[in-house]
Ligand binder design. Structure first.
Ligand code: AMP
Ligand code: MG
Length: 348
């Protein structure tokens, strides 16, 4: 299949440039597009055949449901059967934005989209290109991240091209995404609502609007005794290299990682370290990559998937990663690092 790339220049944005891609969506085809979180791989959410194409293109397990993206609140009626008051308040505060709400589904949403569940995940992305594309298509768009299943999510068009070129119809290149991690997923069918995945909207931000939310069993990233979610048995958001997190006081972390680097070198392994700006110069590994400063967790979030992909480009065998405080966006950072490392944490 030929994949057409449409480059969008935000300075002189003309929505008409998106028309061929919008028409492809209406014809049941696949289009990758930028959002503020990561790039999405979109299809008509109410067309089971179109949605099945997403699962085939990504190699995604069919029991993993998709998020339905809308550009206008009036589309909700077609997608969900009811909207509780707390959900309404969150939509008013955080949409468009990186918050996905789980709501009871309408009868029009096919099983393919929700993996047979009676609920559906919905969000309105805060990205002009995404909103115009959805609006022009006249559809609700089911869109998981636009990567091969299991790989780190794509935060720029080149990531999508390397994973999905030849497998989908269009890729819209809108530059780098801003948040860099996936949306927060909040189950609104429970009261208090339950965070199923931490993301761009922090628990602290949610609680300011609706009071207590249940953070469930999200691993904290620094505790060996953290309960493991069922998904932890799969590799998620992962580079090809093996990954191990090292947590503790910063100089001890640097010393421990350098010892580990020497041990792996003795076994002829190429080593990588994911380090914050504050400590990066202390490492002796073959490849040291830095997603940003500890003072700017938003920057770390935005860069982390790009770093994981870069380690693979460098061909490292093993990545040692520092950990980050799990408040604010840090909870989402640690959730993704934990999954990339399949839960392996060394405490020092
Ligand atoms: P992705 O689009 O690849 O970032 O993944 C979407 C996330 O939302 C996955 O973790 C899904 O399991 C979750 N999700 C989607 N729909 C539902 C739903 N109806 N109930 C619970 N989780 C959902
Ligand atoms: Mg994904």
């Amino acid at each position: 299949m030929k994949t057409t790339i449409i480059r969008v220049n935000h300075a002189v944005f003309d929505p008409e440039e998106l028309r061929p891609a919008a028409e492809a969506l209406a014809g049941g085809r696949l289009v990758a597009f930028p959002t503020e979180t990561v790039y999405g791989l979109g299809a008509d959410a109410l067309n089971p055949e179109a949605v099945s194409r997403i699962f085939r293109a990504k190699g995604r397990p069919s029991d993993n449901p998709l998020i339905v993206h809308i550009s206008d609140l009036t589309q909700l009626e077609r997608i969900v059967s009811s909207v509780p008051e707390k959900a309404r308040m969150l939509m008013e505060t955080f949409w468009p934005g990186p918050l996905t709400l789980i709501l009871p589904k309408s009868k029009d949403v096919p099983d393919e989209t929700t993996a047979g569940l009676s609920t559906v995940a919905v969000r309105m992305p805060a990205n002009r290109t995404a909103l115009e594309l959805i609006r022009l298509s006249g559809l609700a768009i089911a869109a998981p991240s636009a990567n091969i299943s299991g790989a780190p999510s794509p935060t720029c068009a080149s990531h999508v091209i390397s994973d999905l070129s030849g497998r989908i119809d269009y890729i819209i290149d809108g530059g780098s995404t801003q948040v860099g991690l996936e949306s927060t997923v909040l189950d609104m069918t429970a009261d208090p609502p339950v965070v199923l995945r931490p993301g761009g909207v922090s628990v602290e931000m949610l609680e300011k609007v609706i009071g207590y939310v249940n953070v469930g069993k999200i691993p904290d990233g620094v505790s060996d005794t953290a309960p493991k979610s069922p998904g932890m048995k799969y590799r998620h958001y992962s580079p090809k290299a093996e990954m191990i997190l090292v947590s503790g006081e910063s100089q001890r972390v640097v010393d421990t990682i350098n010892d580990l680097v020497e041990q792996y070198r003795a076994k002829n392994k190429k080593t990588g370290v994911l380090a914050s700006a504050e400590t990066r110069s202390g490492y002796i590994a073959d490849v040291v990559l830095c997603p940003g400063s500890r003072n700017s967790p938003e920057t770390v979030a935005a860069s982390i998937y790009g770093c994981l992909r870069d380690f693979d480009q460098h061909g490292v065998d093993i990545i040692f990663s520092e950990t980050f405080p799990d408040e604010g966006i840090g909870l989402a950072i640690m959730n993704r690092l934990q999954k990339a490392a399949t839960g392996r944490v060394i405490r020092v």
